[in-house]
Design a protein around this ligand. Structure first.
Ligand code: 5GP
Length: 116
């Protein structure tokens, strides 16, 4: 069950600040507090979904489409489509998912072979 006390839920409710990249009524993008690359953005829908599978199962096709197209827009805004980038989403225990609100890591801005 979704725990609305997770740190990203608090950031979405503006109880905790973030270094915001983009926000609208459906999605929020902000910089990771502990960046693993020069560009490390976290992308998330604002709906109460725990993980990738939870997001896909509980969202409409329009919501899924909107979220992933917004990732592409942000990727292009940072010119990562030209230099290359990596998307990661950790789902569940074996993936060591830290925060139980679905999010996608956008990593780039440098070669990622030596990912910090
Ligand atoms: P996960 O392991 O859940 O995929 O990744 C969680 C990510 O959230 C980590 O990369 C971690 O650095 C980041 N993070 C955790 N707490 C905060 C926070 O309070 N603010 C920001 N901006 N990032 C956070």
């Amino acid at each position: 069950m979704y725990d609305n006390n997770n740190i990203f839920a608090k950031i979405i409710r503006k109880e905790i600040p973030c270094d915001k990249i983009f926000e609208d009524d459906q999605v929020l993008f902000f910089n990771d507090i502990n960046p693993k690359a020069k560009i490390h953005i976290l992308a998330m829908p604002k709906t109460e979904v725990i993980s990738f599978s939870d997001f896909i199962n509980k969202s409409t096709p329009e919501e899924v489409d909107y979220f992933f197209k917004k990732i592409v827009e942000i990727v292009q805004k940072f010119n990562l489509d030209k230099t290359g980038y990596r998307l990661i989403t950790n789902d569940g225990n074996d993936a060591n998912q830290e925060v139980a609100h679905f999010h996608v890591h956008i990593l780039g801005g440098e070669n990622l072979s030596g990912l910090r």
